[in-house]
Design a protein around this ligand. Structure first.
Ligand SMILES: [Zn+2]
Length: 306
């Protein structure tokens, strides 16, 4: 990638930047929070970008351009420089303007002796989340604000654009969960999904992280259109459905849908615990033991359900 041309392009969109040649990072005035200092940091190699003040950020310059709704000619230049061929399609996604809470702090970068950080990390540790997981999923926390005292787990789409995030309190309080008021009709952890491999559908972000490989959280119990379409379009060959016990009706409906579309379905009957409580090894073993769904078995499930 031509660094100089990328700098030129970025400056034509964001005006003059301050380049640090050593770290290959460039900072600009943030167009989102308009802070008076240059706080929007862009890495010219990894393309990761982030504003230190308002917390907006993403994994690709394409995601930045989409968020800024730049003119088409800028995408064309970007495609030339990066050698990618992204079109400007699907620019009207609902999550396009979603950003992490302004108080969000990445836990991988947080000061470890801060009491809030300690509490957040100790909670994650209890839920079997490793430091690699924290780094991979860009897990953070909010010390204050609407999501104060909460772990934040972001979800990114295949282009690195934030498509959802979920908040989970690391203290024992009445309101443990908080999600942004955007549609859940997205593909959870899309950025990490390899559609050529079997996928596992789970309810929550913690469950998906526990399963590690190719796991998609619904952020609820329902499967919505975008994920359904993506699975059929990608010609996924095997789906493991691992919802909590109280969602067996949803799991059965899902199984029925994919089964009738010619996909191998493995309905994972979980014991009383959910995947994140079981942990990686146990859940992986349980999935391995499951038999492929047959028409006979599907009928049995349906009879038992009604
Ligand atoms: Zn900002």
């Amino acid at each position: 990638m031509n660094k100089l041309r990328l700098v030129q392009l970025l400056e034509s969109v964001l005006l003059s930047g301050s380049l640090n040649d050593k770290s290959s990072e460039i900072t600009f005035h943030c167009p989102f929070c308009k802070h008076h200092k240059k706080k929007l940091n862009i890495n010219l190699i990894s393309q990761k970008w982030h504003c230190w003040v308002c917390g907006v950020g993403g994994y690709t310059i394409l995601a930045l351009f989409k968020r800024l709704r730049v003119e088409k000619r800028f995408y064309d230049v970007l495609n030339k420089i990066t050698g990618n061929n992204f079109s400007r399609v699907s620019i009207d996604k609902e999550y396009e303007f979603l950003s992490l809470p302004s108080e969000f702090i990445e836990l991988a970068k947080a000061t470890k002796n801060n009491p809030e950080v300690k509490n957040a990390l100790s909670y994650l540790n209890k839920r079997n989340i490793t430091s690699q997981d924290i780094l991979k999923y860009n897990i953070g926390y909010c010390p204050t604000g609407k999501y104060g005292g909460m772990i934040i787990i972001p979800s990114y789409d295949h282009q690195g654009l934030l498509n959802f995030f979920t908040g989970r309190s690391y203290y024992d309080v009445n309101f443990k969960h908080l999600n942004p008021t955007v549609s859940k009709d997205i593909i959870g952890f899309d950025m990490f999904v390899n559609w050529n491999e079997p996928i596992t559908i789970v309810e929550g972000a913690f469950d998906a992280i526990a399963i590690k490989r190719n796991s998609i959280p619904l952020f609820g119990k329902l499967i919505l259109d975008n994920l359904k379409i993506k699975i059929l379009d990608s010609k996924v060959k095997r789906i493991n459905i691992a919802l909590d016990k109280d969602a067996s009706k949803n799991a059965l409906e899902m199984a029925n849908y994919f089964f009738s579309n010619g996909i191998d379905v493995y309905l994972v009957e979980l014991p009383e615990k959910d995947p994140s409580e079981l942990g990686f090894k146990t859940i992986t073993n349980i999935i391995k033991m499951v038999d492929k769904l047959t028409p006979q078995k599907l009928l049995e499930y349906k009879i038992n359900e009604y």
